[in-house]
Write a protein that binds this ligand. Structure first.
Ligand code: AMP
Length: 134
């Protein structure tokens, strides 16, 4: 069965899209640790990120870097936190989380509860910054 992220890529499930190209797709995490918390995924469904072939693996991180820089221009932060879990969704993805201190990356912290309009607004602003920078 297709992963939930493959269904997002196909447009079967809605997402707050940030950016995409032929191989990769970036969208807001619906349970964000911070405003701008974004997931960067491979369109091709591969479960474990270390099983992604080397060229795509490098390109995934290069794409995530561009997305992360766009997030930084919209959500002021000290650093862009980068983390890979993949414990819930078996489809390789990178979390990009704007942080000011290490504890901002704790997945034990309560998640933000944002309204649809706020997700839409954040996604549109980051998408605009991404387009201006690429
Ligand atoms: P993990 O696989 O442990 O990296 O966690 C999966 C992440 O995907 C969690 O942070 C979820 O909030 C997020 N997530 C799951 N379903 C969706 C969805 N439909 N749209 C956006 N984010 C999602």
């Amino acid at each position: 069965m297709a992963s939930i992220f493959s269904r997002i890529v196909k447009g079967e499930i809605p997402s707050y899209k940030i950016a995409e190209n032929n191989d990769f797709y970036a969208f807001l995490d619906i349970n964000p640790l911070a405003k701008g918390h974004t997931l960067v995924i491979l369109k091709k469904e591969v479960d474990y990120i270390f099983d992604v072939e080397d060229v795509l693996y490098k390109e995934l991180f290069a794409f995530a870097k561009k997305v992360g820089k766009a997030i930084e221009t919209v959500i002021p932060c000290k650093r862009m936190g980068i983390i890979v879990f993949g414990l819930d969704v078996p489809h390789a993805h990178i979390h990009l989380i704007p942080i000011n201190k290490a504890s901002d990356m704790s997945f034990d912290s309560p998640k933000l509860s944002l309204e649809n309009e706020e997700f839409l607004e954040i996604a549109a602003r980051i998408n605009q910054a991404y387009k201006e920078n690429t």
